[in-house]
Design a protein around this ligand. Structure first.
Ligand code: SF4
Ligand code: SF4
Length: 126
């Protein structure tokens, strides 16, 4: 059975992109991100656990898994500072904020922008 530690996951969705079985999926509703698993599709290959950058996802040897889609994680989505579009998981932005502040302070504005507004800002610079 697969579980995700709510306090450690940033909602980066790496686990979704590496799962060949499409067992893990995400859904975005207004302002919220949900990550869910269908255990009947999971072959326990371990890729998602190995590649989760936060070591938030664990596979245990419980075989009596719940049927259907099971929500593993949910969080708020951050809104673009420029257009208010929901664009990224809030925990991911919160994790990147101190890194950008220290290493890339000039890029802090773009951290809080969706990709469309970010490219428009770059157009103005270049
Ligand atoms: S479980 Fe890991 S890989 Fe999946 S969304 Fe959370 S942090 Fe990312
Ligand atoms: S263990 Fe493998 S099949 Fe199961 S969810 Fe993770 S990547 Fe997908």
């Amino acid at each position: 059975m697969i579980t995700i530690a709510q306090g450690d996951c940033t909602g980066c969705e790496v686990c979704i992109s590496v799962c060949d079985e499409r067992a893990i999926t995400s859904q975005k509703e207004i302002g919220r991100l949900f990550i869910a698993i269908d255990h009947s599709k999971c072959n326990l290959c371990g890729k998602c656990q190995l590649l989760c950058p936060e070591q938030a996802l664990k596979i245990d040897n419980v075989t009596d898994t719940p049927e259907g889609l099971v929500t593993l994680f949910e969080c708020d989505l951050a809104q673009c500072d420029t257009c208010d579009h929901y664009f990224a998981p809030r925990p991911l932005i919160d994790k990147l904020q101190p890194i950008f502040s220290q290493r890339y302070p000039r890029a802090l504005v773009s951290l809080h922008q969706c990709s469309a507004c970010r490219s428009q800002s770059y157009d103005g610079i270049w």
